[in-house]
Design a protein around this ligand. Structure first.
Ligand code: AMP
Ligand code: ZN
Ligand code: ZN
Length: 498
């Protein structure tokens, strides 16, 4: 849908995502959500029974009203006296799903229930992602507010381990489901699904990005909503799709250019809603450090400036959260780190082996027959090229948790040097000098951050590196929610609890 107020949803998705599609140099894969052990559909039917009706919704105080034919009269009772301009404006507002005067961002409102009595008693969690904020940036570049969070709360001084591949969509969605990418199904920013006729998922395409059938697991916001607790998302991968029968009560179509300060103000405005409507879980996202890292490299002045900028925002957010007087736990994480590329020239697999008619997406290979999978596997192995390793899917080392989802392709190519790998190169060199997606065990530059503080977080708790699948249980604990089944272990972050 194209919003008449000038918010072109298609264009705004990942408006600044220059490294997508072939821009990540790793292959990834998993069982499709529909067949995975923790499929959204299965769990949704088990506890919910019915799917949320589709459409655009507006909300007035506690009541939600579906916009559309036959329902507009209640919103605009005095149509006769409305002049033409007012009518057009009202229609535009309805089409855009923007309902409340106090909305700072173009918020979409879902017709979810109000907070239950139990939910009203729960604490609040604001979870922020600083995309591509490497584990060592705060100490390296000086980030006083994050370092203060570490003093007053919990942190992972040696970093948090991203799941493989260390890429944005797989890891953001892991953070909110507790599932490895191959269990939640978002195995890359862009990939094909052989079990859906080689259809392509792309984070840049609203048709797939906002289509819940691609996503497995029960993301935190859906879990909360299903338990009678309102959630909100000021951006987060997956937040635009209906998953496990729910969307967050309040969410915003992704627009990378949307003002940083206003994002923060929107979060605070949600916390000022009346108790019954106020979200207890809020996500917030910034991409500044990722962009600077790609364009100029992790050692650049531009990354230093981006670190200072987002750190300032975190300081401001912390102050504003405290000023609400509510019991809010604030968590700041990243999805992955950033490395300086050894070589900016694309390393194309089709220069080494004839890929014939194999379907490909980035460095992911999807030959259509067993014979072709084996031929390409053997040919790539025979190159003995030190820049990568090749495995048949089922043989990818278990520690990568990347060996049983058809979306990961077969064979699987794992980079062993910091070079950009793709099946077919369209250009000679990659745009930019920084990259991620690599194995965090081999490249510590891939490690992410974890900081948390608030009434439920132990001051000064310093955690050894832990896998990001463990964040889900931690957030559930803070909110008093029983987690859905996931790959994390509760005890991993128990030391961070007060
Ligand atoms: P990556 O290079 O894998 O770190 O991807 C980062 C890009 O993902 C950023 O430039 C954003 O533009 C894009 N992005 C982040 N969140 C979303 C979202 N919710 N929807 C679409 N694109 C997103
Ligand atoms: Zn990222
Ligand atoms: Zn990136």
């Amino acid at each position: 849908m194209e919003c008449l107020l000038g918010i072109d949803l298609k264009k705004s998705a990942a408006a600044r995502a220059p490294y997508a599609g072939g821009g990540h140099f790793v292959t990834r894969m998993s069982a499709s959500p529909g067949t995975s052990r923790w499929s959204a559909q299965e769990s949704s039917q088990a506890t919910n029974g019915s799917a949320t009706p589709k459409g655009i919704y507006t909300s007035r105080s506690d009541r939600t009203t579906r916009s559309g034919p036959g329902r507009q009269a209640s919103l605009f009772p005095s149509k006769k006296i409305m002049n033409l301009h007012t009518s057009i404006l009202a229609l535009v507002v309805l089409l855009c799903g923007v309902a409340r005067a106090q909305d700072i961002a173009p918020v979409r409102h879902e017709p979810n229930g109000l907070n239950s009595a139990k939910a009203k008693r729960a604490h609040y969690v604001v979870m922020v992602s600083l995309d591509g904020f490497r584990w060592d940036y705060a100490a390296k570049w000086g980030a006083p507010h994050l370092l203060k969070m570490a003093e007053e709360g919990a942190s992972a001084p040696e970093g948090m381990l991203p799941s493989y591949p260390s890429i944005t969509f797989p890891n953001h969605y892991t953070l909110v489901t507790g599932l490895y990418p191959e269990h939640h199904g978002i195995v890359d920013n862009e990939f094909l699904d052989p079990e859906r006729g080689y259809q392509k998922y792309s984070y840049k395409d609203k048709k797939t990005d906002a289509d819940g059938s691609w996503y497995g697991g029960v993301p935190l916001w859906s879990l909360a909503e299903r338990r009678g607790m309102r959630a909100a998302s000021m951006f987060w991968p997956g937040s635009e799709a209906e998953i496990a029968g729910k969307r967050p009560s309040y969410w915003v179509p992704f627009d990378d250019k949307f003002d940083d300060e206003k994002r923060l103000e929107q979060v605070v405005a949600w916390l000022k809603l009346p108790e019954a409507e106020r979200p207890h879980l809020i996500t917030l996202y910034y991409s500044n450090t990722d962009h600077a890292g790609h364009d100029f490299g992790p050692e650049s002045d531009e990354v230093r400036d981006a670190v200072h900028h987002v750190d300032g925002l975190m300081g401001e957010l912390e102050e504003k959260l405290k000023a609400t007087g509510l019991p809010v736990d604030m968590i700041v994480v990243s999805d992955h780190g950033m490395a300086q590329l050894e070589d900016r020239r694309w390393f194309a697999l089709d220069k080494l082996v004839d890929l014939k008619d194999a379907a490909t997406e980035g460095a992911n290979l999807y030959p259509k027959t067993e014979a072709e999978k084996e031929r390409i596997y053997r040919a790539l192995r025979a190159t003995n090229d030190s820049r990568f390793e090749t495995y048949r899917l089922k043989d990818v080392p278990g520690r990568l948790e990347f060996n049983h989802n058809a979306r990961e392709g077969d064979p699987v190519v794992i980079p062993r040097k910091l070079v950009p790998i793709t099946a077919h190169a369209r250009q000679e060199t990659i745009k930019g000098v920084g990259a991620h997606g690599y194995d965090p065990a081999q490249f510590p530059q891939m490690k992410a951050i974890f900081y948390a503080e608030g009434p439920d977080v132990k001051a000064g708790a310093r955690l050894s590196p832990f896998e990001n699948v463990n964040v889900y249980d931690f957030v559930c604990e803070l909110l008093g929610l029983k987690p859905a089944k996931n790959d994390g272990k509760k005890k991993m972050l128990a030391r961070a609890l007060r």
